[in-house]
Structure formats: C-alpha cells, structure tokens
Design a protein around this ligand. Structure first.
Ligand SMILES: *Cc1c(COP(=O)(O)O)cnc(C)c1O
Length: 385
C-alpha cells in the first residue's frame, strides 16, 4: 500500500477524480532541469500528455517550453503563461485555422510533416505578411536497424518526411518565400525504456546531418530529438521518475552537433505520468463463476488507456488491509473492454473502498470523454487539498 496518499482527505472527495501529487511533479521537473542544463538542452513539454492548466503553469515555471499538436494546445499553452518564443506546433494534420493561430501568435516553430503542409503554411503566412519558422519532422526509421536508410520491412506510417524525400523538401523550401528552415525534428515513439533506441536515433541523426544537411550547407539551428522516454508502470513507488541523467547523457555522448546547434527535447509522459492517480470507489463486488468482479465508479471514459492499448496500470486498494484475493477490476460502462485489470491481487475488497489506479498522469485526464453521458472526472491537487 502506498503511504504517499492523504487517504482520509481523499476519501471525502466525490469519486472518480484525478489526484495530482504536485510535489512529485516539482521534483521531476527539477531533476529534468538540472540534468538538461548540464548540456544546455532545451525542453519543450508535450502538452498532449496532460493539458491541465495547473500542470502547464507548473511546467512553465521551470522555464520549459510547450510542444503542441493542435491550435487549442497552442492557445492553452499561451494562456498558461508560456511565451510564444517557447511554443512549437507539431502534428501531421494542421488545419488552416490552427496554422493561423500559430502565425498570429508568432510561435517559435512549426514542425512540418509533408510538402503539401509546407505549401499551405507558406501560403497562409504570405497572406498574413509573416514568415513561419519551420522544422522538418523526419521519419528516421530507426527500429529497422539494417542498412543505412534502405530498410526491408519498412513500415509506412503517416508521421514525418521519409529520408529519401528530404532533398525534395529542401528544394521546395528554397522556392518558398514565407518559410524559414530552422530545424530538424525526430520522434521515434513512446514509452521507450530501452535507451539503446535513443543511441540509434543519435547515429541516424549524425548520418543525416553529414549526408544531407552539411553537404547542402543547409545546417539546421535546431536538432529536436522528440520525446518518448518511458516510465515504470509496474513500480511507481520504487521508480517515481525515469533516469533522466542517463537519458540526457546518451545524447551528449552520441549526438554529433555542428557549431551553434541547439538540442531540443519534447518530453511528455516522463514528466507527468507518475504524479497522477485516478481515484475511484468500489460500487459493488460481484461474484462470477470463478471470478470476483470489483466494479468501480471510474470507467474507460475517465482513463481509456487500458481499453485503447491494453495498457497496464497498477491498481491498489487504499483502504483495506484484509487478506488478499484476486479481482477483475472493471468500470461501469457498457463495453467489455471497460476493464482496468484482470486477476489483480488486492486485499479483500468491498463496497466503498478507495482504489488508486496509478501512473495515470499522462494520457489520462486529457483523454477523458463523456461516453454514456458520464461526467468528466475532476482534478484534485496535493497542494490544494
Ligand atoms: C506524443 C509526442 C511527444 C511526447 O511523447 P512522450 O512519449 O509522451 O514523451 C513528443 N513529440 C511528438 C511529436 C509527439 O507526437
């Protein structure tokens, strides 16, 4: 059982709700700041992980920027205090009005994923009398670790510009008057715990710099290596944050930079995941043929990750200390996939017990929806309770 929760106070709050440990968030931000500062690395927090205003404000207070994937995220970041020179806008499908939002606010950079997008940004910028800073999101194809660039079994995906198209894109940029090439951008995936993948990313970035950008003398000022650092869903108390020291050290060791280049990171999950917990109460315990079902008042509308990706979240009963048994922990929603865990070992569980679904600070509240016309979960903060 975790002792970190103020159980008595939490027991009085109407469930379900997200509980944020703001001290842990501060500690995490502080470690990131210290470790990133060692190398003058720039951090843009990936707002899509959790766009809660108080969390954005806290992230901003540590001097980090905001990495946005929609016009509304740009607006929310600015409203939370991020200055426009620290806001970047990524995403494969930016709508015209979202591009306009970015340009109106003179954001730092658009991460561009295709030639048609480049042309549209240029056209809108021209109309508005602006120049858009752009970085090219390149699909580095690092997992297929065979020959340089040409890989068998390449999985086509919608993200980024293929390596073999980069030259064409650079030619296009030279033709356009209202875009300014400032960076290259990579993001190899999410919940990555094998730091070797980041090593491979560095190698690929080095090759691309040598073979394309340096050769063309189109040296980007910014090398943005994205996010994706994973966290420990199994042991949130033992590992309340990932090893940021090791993470940044990999890039310091393996990334070869050109004079004056800045390295940018877009961390999402690793910043906010462990500080958030979905709190819920047991409504009923129902006896199946061979299964005890703990039916709780949180559902997939509050936290969709288990239903959407079969994601694992550690589940704890915070109020029972009775002998253990196994339970399927399920929500109230009319979908079989509304299940948080099967055969979960818990102390004997009954109606009214307070349940903690851990490591839910990232891609949790922000994905909550009103399916079944349920209410959205509220947010409770450790420093305000
Ligand atoms: C989602 C995303 C991130 C953040 O990923 P995490 O795994 O949460 O760190 C960063 N960059 C891009 C482009 C993304 O799509």
């Amino acid at each position: 059982m975790s002792s970190q929760f103020p159980i008595q106070k939490l027991n009085e709050v109407e469930t379900p709700f997200y509980y944020y440990n703001m001290q842990l968030l501060d500690d995490t931000l502080s470690v990131i700041q210290t470790e990133a500062n060692k190398y003058n690395y720039h951090i843009h927090y990936a707002v899509k992980a959790n766009a809660n205003k108080r969390i954005l404000e806290r992230v901003n207070s540590f001097g980090f920027g905001a990495d946005c994937v929609s016009g509304n995220e740009v607006t929310a970041s600015l409203a939370a205090g991020f200055t426009n020179d620290k806001v970047v806008f990524a995403g494969v499908g930016k709508a015209d009005k979202e591009i306009i939002t970015g340009l109106e606010n003179d954001i730092a950079c658009f991460n561009v994923e295709s030639i048609p997008e480049l042309e549209v940004i240029n056209e809108i910028a021209e109309r508005m009398g602006k120049t858009a800073n752009i970085a090219l999101r390149i699909n580095p194809n690092v997992k297929a670790n065979t020959h340089k660039y040409i890989t068998t079994g390449l999985e086509e995906n919608k993200f980024g510009i293929y390596i073999w198209d980069i030259e064409k894109v650079l030619d296009k940029i030279e033709e356009l008057n209202n875009v300014n090439f400032v960076g290259i951008h990579f993001h190899i995936g999410s919940q990555i715990n094998d730091l070797d993948s980041f090593k491979q990313l560095c190698t690929r970035v080095n090759e691309l710099q040598q073979d394309i950008f340096i050769k063309r003398r189109a040296i980007p000022k910014i090398v943005n290596v994205g996010g994706g650092l994973g966290i420990d869903y199994d042991n949130p108390d033992d590992n309340p944050m990932p090893d940021f020291e090791k993470f940044f050290a990999i890039f310091d060791e393996f990334l070869e930079l050109q004079e004056g280049q800045e390295v940018h990171f877009e961390l999402g999950r690793s910043v906010v995941c462990q500080c958030g917990t979905l709190m819920s109460k047991v409504l009923y315990v129902k006896e199946g043929v061979s299964t005890h079902f703990a039916i709780i008042d949180a559902g997939m509308s509050d936290l969709i990750r288990p239903a959407l990706y079969q994601a694992y979240h550690k589940i704890e009963n915070l109020t029972s200390t009775l002998e253990e048994d196994k339970y399927d922990v399920v929500g109230p929603i009319c979908e079989s996939s509304d299940c948080f865990g099967k055969a979960v070992t818990l102390p004997k569980t009954g109606r009214g017990d307070l349940m903690a679904i851990r490591s839910a600070g990232a891609y949790g509240e922000v994905m909550a929806n009103q399916y079944n016309l349920r209410e959205l979960p509220q947010a409770i903060y450790s420093d305000l309770i």
